[in-house]
Design a protein around this ligand. Structure first.
Ligand code: GTP
Length: 359
């Protein structure tokens, strides 16, 4: 049996306002909650039992995913009343694992989309006989991530979380948010207080001489923490740039969910998804965007690389480019919102009130 812990308890502050009432893993990407893609990918990798480590808005997961049988998995929910951080969450979730001494456990951050071959990661972990094996990826600008340099054999040499000084940037390899833990190692994480696996557990293991192994993988990888990357991930899933068995349709330039109404003469492209009950009017153009259930895009509006919340309205001729509209936001005609502009849930913007709004 292969077991996994999925960390889904974060507050998702960078994705606000979409995460004010919905935890990040439940925000829809390519037509289904993002978590559905991760569960489908875990199952495809041979995982049969997943422990969901929940905290923020914990109550919304089980009504949607139930016991997991509809997704071909067994799901167990563990909730931290007070968020325990990534390490504390893994420790708390471990009580629900069936794995015993000598077994290996997969751990996934709940906000990463990747094309990693998880079976290969497990094999590399076994071969290296490591305490923990980490998936690493290379990024052009590693400053916002945890740097993980390795030696020629893949042995982890250090952890530098979000480096500030130029001399700290010794590698472009970063922690990609997927690990294989030997079961006993999880039991060494302290209980009852917040623990960061990145800042405390891994550096502590390294200092104690444990073998931590890094596997650098060049397949698709995206951290969905920010709106721009969330929208990108959804578009990539719709277009089949990265595959997920949970996408409710064939790969293509757009995905229109049942119950959506797209008028003839509307243009959808770049992996746009239009949710149930949403309407896109004639002459509107929507590119590489997420339009959630019940939203309305009116005549001549142009929406690019944006998220339009459930029940929100984009008025006639309004331009959104890299913007986020919270649920039920109402943007009148002839506005222009760009570069990370966010409209809070339920907020109304009158006609022709905003020309530019940079973050
Ligand atoms: P931001 O607030 O935007 O930074 O997002 P976040 O809260 O999701 O934090 P971050 O991206 O650092 O978290 C990485 C992963 O760990 C995500 O999948 C989170 O859901 C999860 N996570 C972070 N903190 C906790 C926690 O205290 N408990 C649990 N169960 N999961 C957590």
């Amino acid at each position: 049996m292969t077991e996994a812990v999925l960390l889904v308890g974060g507050r998702g502050t960078r994705l606000r306002p979409l995460t004010l009432h919905t935890p990040k893993p439940m925000v829809p990407a390519a037509g289904v909650p993002f978590l559905a893609h991760q569960l489908a990918r875990a199952r495809a990798a041979g995982v049969d039992h997943v422990v969901l480590a929940t905290s923020y808005l914990a109550e919304v997961f089980e009504p949607y995913f139930g016991d997991g049988s509809a997704h071909g998995l067994r799901l167990t929910y563990v909730t931290e009343d007070v968020p325990l951080g990534t390490g504390g969450a893994i420790r708390a979730a471990a009580d629900a694992l069936e794995a015993g001494p000598g077994d290996d456990v997969l751990v996934f951050n709940g906000d990463i989309l990747s094309g990693l071959d998880v079976r290969a990661l497990l094999r590399r972990h076994e071969r290296a006989q490591a305490e923990v094996t980490l998936h690493l990826t290379r990024v052009a600008d590693p400053r916002a991530f945890g740097l993980v340099p390795t030696d020629a054999d893949g042995r982890v040499l250090a952890f530098t979380e979000k480096p500030r000084r130029p001399e700290e940037i010794v590698t472009d390899q970063i922690n990609a948010g997927c690990y294989v833990f030997r079961r006993e190692v999880i039991d060494t994480i302290p209980t009852g207080r917040p623990v960061s696996v990145e800042r405390e557990t891994f550096p502590g293991l390294l200092a104690a001489g444990a073998l931590l192994h890094g596997v650098v993988d060049a397949s698709y990888w995206l951290d969905l923490g920010r709106p721009a990357s969330f929208v990108q991930a959804s578009a990539d899933l719709v277009r089949g740039v990265v595959r997920s068995p949970a996408v409710p349709g064939e790969p293509g330039e757009h995905l229109v969910l049942p119950g959506a109404h797209v008028e003839p003469g509307a243009r959808l492209r770049g992996g746009t998804v239009v949710g149930a009950g949403a309407r896109v009017a004639a002459g509107a153009e929507v590119e590489g965007s997420v339009v959630l259930d019940g939203a309305r895009i009116e005549e001549g509006a142009r929406v690019r690389a944006s998220m339009v919340g459930a029940g929100a309205r984009v008025g006639p001729r309004t331009v959104l480019d890299g913007a986020v509209l919270g649920d039920r936001a109402d943007v009148g005609a002839d506005n222009e919102l760009r570069d990370g502009a966010r409209v809070w849930c339920g907020t109304a913007i009158p006609d022709a009130a905003i020309r530019f709004s940079a973050a």
